[in-house]
Design a binder for this molecule. Structure first.
Ligand code: CA
Length: 512
């Protein structure tokens, strides 16, 4: 026994001496990547403070596993998505900016625009790519691209999709995650919301009128007292066994249906929020957030138990700002305060989202990054992390890798752009048809209907209360020019003004 111990000690010493055997092994094994992607989660829907102070929202919501992840890695305070689901998901999977891929609104029914986009009083909206991602060049009204999971699978990764897909319209190949290059699809299809979160409702299956929204593929949980997020988590951990047993690197895209509507309670968590005095449906909403966080914790626990933590990168992101225009309790458009408005809006409440990153041995524990990043940046970032070749994709990639930021290296991201020549349905501050740019500390918004510009200096006015376009015309002009050049470069679609019968002019031209 003593001899064995001596031998082990000798091996450890030799390994340490010759630059470390274990370190060398770690470098040779490509890292696993977990992308934990929450639906409709706002910047304040967490106990992790993303602002420079703790808010009442941070004190209300319980997300201990997000806190655990933030302690391990980097918190991004200026991370952005698009204002609604599908444009964000298409940018994530293709690396393209929304103005370029033209899936600018949310997808569902094939070969048609959204009902609320028809018969608008002032604007005639363009024929956007309402069929979603196109997997060949012939698919009509689709963004032809080679998606992220396909590239990862070709590089030897085992790819798992779990939860909400929402990549393509009903009947088109991209509505099925398998066709994007995922080896496994757990419960993903064309729809962007579940009919029900409850196993006791069979997740909406068999309910008349809910066929489109019924969650597919979770039959074993029908009739059970189980929340959709919990069923997905169980399935994810089972699916991970395959690559783990084969020692194959994996990409887990865990895209929760939560915390999107319908706002339904997880009965294991809801009572503490009711006791706290939260009105309905805010108590239910809070229980969905805690359920989401529990799922994150279970994945992190699994990685630790399987001794995979040291070689697994964890990314946490949301697909748009928190819902505030409908379905919520309390005053509308205030649920992301200090950010203005919510989902569907071009104000910060609609697009700024919580983002966390943890790359063991690379990211500095418990650190904060203020550099702005946007959803299409995930595409080149994940390719770089997994050493997957980006060359020769059919699409032009607009995203910039944020890997240098994870390594603590300074990186100038350049301007971020949004473009939404569409109608969402609800009304409220900043909800409408618009384009926008953020460059450094400055943000310029161009509203299409009244051709109005708004300029904000975000560090001093995070709530976008003071439009300073008249005070600082030089800055407004510089940003209008940047935005115009971008829209021209990507051949962005503009609505037509029904009154003038002309396309809405590009922002720079209204200043001339
Ligand atoms: Ca969403």
């Amino acid at each position: 026994m003593i001899e064995v111990k001596k031998a082990i000690t000798l091996v450890i010493l030799l390994c340490s001496f010759f630059t470390g055997c274990t370190e060398k092994n770690k470098i040779q094994q490509p890292p696993n990547v977990v992308l934990f992607f929450v639906d409709d989660m706002g910047w304040q829907d967490t106990s992790v403070p993303f602002w420079d102070r703790l808010t009442q929202f941070n004190k209300t919501y319980k997300t201990p596993n997000m806190e655990r992840l933030a302690q391990k890695g980097i918190k991004f305070t200026n991370a952005y998505a698009t204002p609604v689901c599908s444009p964000t998901r298409v940018s994530l999977m293709t690396g393209m900016n929304a103005a370029r891929h033209r899936v600018t609104n949310w997808t569902l029914k094939p070969d048609q625009m959204q009902p609320m986009e028809l018969n608008h009083a002032v604007l005639e909206f363009p024929e956007w790519n309402y069929n979603g991602i196109g997997l060949d060049s012939l698919t009509p009204h689709a963004a032809y691209a080679e998606p992220l999971p396909k590239l990862l699978a070709e590089n030897g990764y085992y790819t798992i999709h779990a939860g909400k897909a929402h990549f393509g319209a009903i009947g088109y190949p991209s509505s099925n995650p398998i066709n994007l290059g995922f080896d496994v699809n757990i419960a993903g299809h064309a729809a962007g919301a579940p009919a029900s979160y409850l196993g006791s409702d069979n997740f909406g299956n068999g309910i008349a009128g809910k066929e489109v929204w019924a969650v597919p593929g979770l039959e074993k949980y029908y009739g059970q007292d189980i929340f959709l997020t919990e069923a997905l988590t169980t399935e994810v951990l089972t699916a991970l066994e395959t690559p783990v047993n084969k020692k194959q690197p994996f990409f887990l895209y865990f895209a929760l249906y939560g915390i999107h509507t319908p706002l339904m309670e997880n009965n294991r968590f809801v009572n503490s929020y009711r006791e706290m005095g939260l009105e309905e449906p805010e108590a239910r909403y809070a229980s969905m957030i805690e359920s989401m966080d529990e799922a994150l914790g279970k994945v992190m626990d699994y990685l630790e138990a399987k001794q995979l933590e040291e070689n697994t990168i964890i990314l946490f992101m949301s697909d748009n700002g928190g819902l505030s225009a409908s379905s919520r309790g309390g005053e509308k458009h205030t649920h992301n305060s200090p950010l203005k408005s919510g989902k569907g809006s071009i104000y910060e409440g609609g697009i700024r989202v919580p983002m966390l990153t943890y790359w063991p041995g690379i990211t500095t524990p418990n650190s904060t990054e203020h550099t702005p990043v946007i959803i299409e940046d995930f595409f080149p970032s994940v390719l770089e992390m997994t050493q997957t070749n980006l060359k020769n994709t059919v699409q032009t990639v607009d995203g910039k890798s944020f890997v240098p930021l994870l390594k603590g290296e300074p990186k100038e991201r350049g301007a971020l752009f949004w473009h939404y020549p569409n109608a969402w349905g609800s009304t409220g501050p900043g909800i409408g048809s618009y384009s926008a740019v953020r460059d450094g500390d400055w943000k310029l918004i161009y509203f299409h209907q009244d051709q109005k510009l708004e300029l904000y200096h975000l560090p001093t006015d995070i709530g976008e209360q003071k439009n300073i376009v008249e005070v600082n015309p030089e800055k407004a002009r510089a940003l209008a020019e940047k935005l115009t050049i971008h829209l021209q470069q990507v051949a962005a679609q503009m609505p037509v003004n029904k009154i003038t019968q002309k396309p809405v002019p590009l922002p720079l031209s209204i200043l001339q």
